[in-house]
Write a protein that binds this ligand. Structure first.
Ligand code: BGP
Length: 466
């Protein structure tokens, strides 16, 4: 066994269309729910221009190539391809990603494409969104168009970004369910429809894309019990299943985890499904698991019976009646935005994923959001970001070399600055600074941060020089 990272390891970076592209009304793009979103937190920008990648794509790819990227994980905007979600195909949209993919390949950067990253077509949403089976069929049409248009060159596909976050924290990522009815049942019905759509896409990819590989991209994290009290470990188990395994078990094993089914039945909220649908889900086996990791989670048993889900942010306390309550972990440092930092939790997460599924793994998000300042001589000194990566990559290396786990790529968030899901432009993640403020677009010029040069050297030495 080698004591090195494999030479074909996919070092890269990640973005998503609505947070990076802008050009919301250019090139025949239809509206997505991110364009029509009304719950944008005060003081933060919308997603109309974002980093204007739509008009800077060549320059952006050149910067990625300069860093030495071996891969680039980005999402395709569903509404650039199908402005209404289904029906008419937009040729200009197809062309935009054709150019982007060709440009990446010119520099030998492997494209890793997310099919759906929080930007459901607005017109499907008006019709009930994922609660309506029309959306499943629309996703199938969309998948077919993508595989037929790009499958000759794109061999790595990701179905749905963070389905578990959309189900557990839907409102913060702009997903709103139709009002009324049984809310708990509806949200798990939505989940079932996404599972079915995902399985159909996996099956189609295997039929259409020669040598194509496809997998889900959930947000997965290790869950600790708040104390060594058995009841806290019991709660941690519940959270682990409800937050992580429920989603991956369905995708990998083709069955719903019993714990969640029991919970839904006990709350008179079981969703509907048919045997035929379960057959499709079972057939749609992924080739790998992509996952996003930012921090671990800690759980205890909720003290009250109250069910509350008001969640301004992903790491905010969440309580699920009788199951678990997510609490802060005082042993961990925090980012400037209050997110916990847990590099060993990264390795714990990788070990758990491997142990449970034995499928190749790829990291599609990991990173730190913070305030960055552009100096008068055009520099950004983001030492805190370099530190974050060093500690996480030390654990990633240990997982590959010591634990001998099959991880084939690392694509941190984000390749270049973009607009945060709910904390605006000021919360920056990139190796490249984009010169704009929350509401002042300035010149959108790109500047290499200190982390750019650090990551460039890391890739050059294939992870040797942390
Ligand atoms: C993940 C999403 C990304 C990105 C990231 C950082 O959940 O997949 O789209 O937004 O989190 O989160 P935030 O922008 O809220 O800091």
């Amino acid at each position: 066994m080698s004591n090195k990272i494999p030479s074909n390891f996919l070092w890269g970076g990640s973005t998503s269309a609505y947070q990076f592209e802008g050009g919301f009304d250019q090139g025949g793009k239809g509206k997505s729910i991110q364009d029509t979103r009304t719950n944008i937190p005060q003081g933060t920008t919308d997603f109309k221009v974002a980093s204007d990648h739509y008009n800077h794509w060549k320059e952006d790819v050149a910067l990625m190539a300069e860093m030495g990227f071996k891969s680039y994980r980005f999402s395709i905007a569903w509404t650039r391809i199908l402005p209404e979600g289904d029906g008419e195909v937009n040729k200009e949209g197809i062309e935009f990603y054709n150019n982007l993919i060709n440009e990446l390949l010119k520099y030998k950067i492997t494209p890793i494409v997310t099919m759906f990253h929080f930007d459901l077509p607005h017109s499907l949403n008006l019709d009930g969104g994922w609660l309506n089976k029309r959306t499943i069929n629309a996703f199938e049409q969309y998948a077919k168009v993508l595989f037929e248009s790009y499958g000759d060159r794109v061999k790595h596909w990701l179905t749905i970004n963070e389905q578990n976050v959309m189900i557990l924290f839907g409102e913060i990522v702009g997903i709103n369910l139709p009002k009324g009815g049984n809310k708990l049942k509806n949200i798990y019905q939505v989940n079932h429809h996404m599972m079915l759509a995902q399985a159909k896409a996996i099956n189609l990819c295997h039929e259409i894309v020669k040598n194509g590989k496809i997998g889900p991209a959930p947000n997965i994290t290790s869950v600790y019990g708040n104390t060594n009290k058995p009841i806290d470990q019991f709660a941690a188990f519940n959270m682990r299943v409800m937050r992580n395994w429920f989603y991956l078990d369905t995708c990998v094993f083709g069955r719903y985890n019993q714990l969640v089914i029991n919970y839904l039945q006990a709350n008179n909220s079981m969703f509907e499904y048919t045997e035929e649908e379960m057959k499709i889900i079972k057939k749609g086996k992924p080739d790998f698991i992509a996952f996003n990791y930012y921090a671990s989670a800690t759980a205890k048993m909720p003290e009250s019976d109250e069910l509350f889900d008001e969640l301004p942010d992903q790491q905010k306390v969440k309580s699920v009646k009788g199951m678990y309550e997510q609490v802060k972990n005082d042993n961990l440092l925090k980012t400037q935005f209050g997110w916990e930092i847990d590099p060993l939790g990264f390795r714990n997460t990788i070990r758990e994923l491997w142990d449970r599924y034995q499928l190749p793994l790829i990291v599609t998000e990991n990173g730190i959001g913070g305030y960055d300042t552009l100096t008068s001589d055009g520099k950004v000194h983001d030492d805190y970001r370099i530190e974050y990566y060093k500690f996480h990559l030390k654990e990633l290396k240990a997982a590959i070399i010591e634990d001998k786990i099959d991880i084939f790529g690392y694509n941190p968030w984000s390749a270049i600055d973009l607009t945060s899901t709910h904390e605006g432009v000021k919360k920056r993640y990139g190796f490249v600074y984009v010169n704009r403020d929350e509401f002042d677009l300035k010149d959108l010029k790109r500047y290499r941060k200190d982390s750019f040069f650090w990551y460039q050297n890391l890739i050059k030495t294939n992870g040797e020089e942390l």
